[in-house]
Ligand binder design. Structure first.
Ligand code: PHB
Length: 396
């Protein structure tokens, strides 16, 4: 059967938060796009992901008219606790840098964006198969088969690869034209959802000789927690009691006691960092996890993806309004500036808080010295607060 041809301005590969946000921003300016996503809407909605939004991400969601649900149902957090040597130290974001973050799971960001695109009659196709992009340097086109088995060809001026950490688009940039920076950490995070009231109103990032733990929240009755583990661990091998024993060792003490309950979800999350440069080749632009991955310690993944597409949007908008390619030409450099800052922050938080099997007595004492140098200094705490809440420069 012949392929049905669709003509659009921007073909967006990937219907996660980055792809949907870009398509939403473009639509508001009258720029046409088609979004192709291989997963079903249901599958994306059911994937448990991280939950911290920088104020710039929240502003973009609200100001661009996606939804203000984050302000009503999300939790504003004005600080976090760093816990080490059995003691908690509050980093007061609001007081230090005048900003906050919101706890609002990525799944909710996706649901808001998907609902907005649907309400605006955006062309978003989930559950597509056999996607392939051809001629990204000349006349780009994308072949795909839709959920009903119909074959299509999309002809577009430009292609955006927002297709996540298993990106197909990033491989379209020839080896000679790209550099890949990849590192796998020697540990992973064991993540759980547990039915229990919150143990703390704010996130607790805990360092202990037994390893790192993070106490986060979801709702009044369900909480999210993580602890550092061996990447070879199998989540199914862990009974509830073994999980709680591990968390207790890392965070309880000096009057603080975790509230425990039934573990309703558990998973081992790989820990890696990755950047592919540049983020543009010919008429192909990469955004979000397709171009970079950060370890989750700094809570930067989704925020970086949203920053990428807000910068890319400026380039596309300027191109379609004026014909100038200046902002498209500088997209990769402008996006990467923040990507590398976030890589540094995530690397710093990770090494400061995790323990490594081969660490000797010097490394452990040095790590505590580092943590102390942060919490005993206004400048140290402000560095963390500024990075965590998000540096200025978020386009909107
Ligand atoms: C989460 O709530 O899932 C979460 C929060 C902060 C992080 C990572 C994950 O750094």
């Amino acid at each position: 059967m012949a392929r049905t041809t669709i003509t659009t301005q921007v073909a967006i590969m990937g219907g996660g938060p980055a792809g949907l946000m870009l398509s939403h921003l473009l639509a508001k300016q009258g720029i046409d796009s088609v979004v192709l996503e291989i997963r079903s809407r249901q599958e994306i909605q059911e994937t448990v992901r991280a939950g911290i939004l920088e104020h710039g991400t929240v502003n973009l969601l609200v100001d661009s008219g996606v939804s203000d649900r984050v302000l009503r149902e999300g939790d504003r957090h004005d600080g976090i606790e760093l816990r080490f040597n059995g003691e908690s130290h509050r980093i007061d974001f609001k007081e230090l840098v005048g900003e906050s973050v919101w706890l609002y799971p990525q799944t909710d960001v996706f649901m808001d964006l998907a609902a907005r695109r649907e309400a605006d009659d955006g062309d978003v196709r989930y559950s597509v198969t056999d996607t392939s992009v051809s001629d990204p340097e000349g006349t780009p086109s994308v072949h795909f088969t839709d959920a009903d088995g119909v074959d299509f060809e999309v002809r577009a001026d430009l292609v955006v690869g927002a297709d996540g950490s298993r990106s197909q688009c990033r491989a379209l940039i020839p080896e000679a034209a790209r550099t890949r920076h990849f590192h796998e950490y020697p540990f992973a995070w064991f993540g759980i959802l547990a039915e229990t009231p919150r143990s703390s109103d704010e996130l607790i990032y805990a360092n202990s000789e037994h390893g790192f733990a993070l106490i986060s929240q979801r709702t009044e009755t369900v909480q999210r927690m993580y602890f550092q583990c061996d990447p070879k661990e199998n989540a199914a091998d862990w009974e509830d009691e073994r999980i709680w024993a591990e968390l207790r060792k890392r965070v309880n003490g000096n009057g603080f006691e975790l509230k425990e309950g039934a573990v309703i979800d558990k998973m081992v999350l790989p820990f890696r960092r990755f950047v592919q440069t540049p983020m543009r080749h010919g008429k192909l632009f990469l955004a979000g996890d397709a171009a970079h991955t950060v370890p989750p310690t700094g809570a930067k993944g989704l925020n970086l993806a949203i920053h990428d597409v807000s910068v890319l949007f400026e380039g596309l908008d300027s191109y379609y309004r004026t014909g100038s390619t200046d902002l498209l030409d500088s997209y990769s450099d402008r996006a990467l500036e923040r990507v590398w800052k976030a890589q540094q922050f995530s690397y710093w938080m990770t090494t400061m808080l995790h323990t490594s099997a081969d660490s000797d007595s010097f490394s452990r004492a040095r790590q505590l010295g580092e943590l102390n140098s942060v919490v005993s200094s206004r400048h140290g705490m402000a560095y963390l607060a500024e990075a965590y809440t998000g540096w200025p420069g978020h386009a909107s």
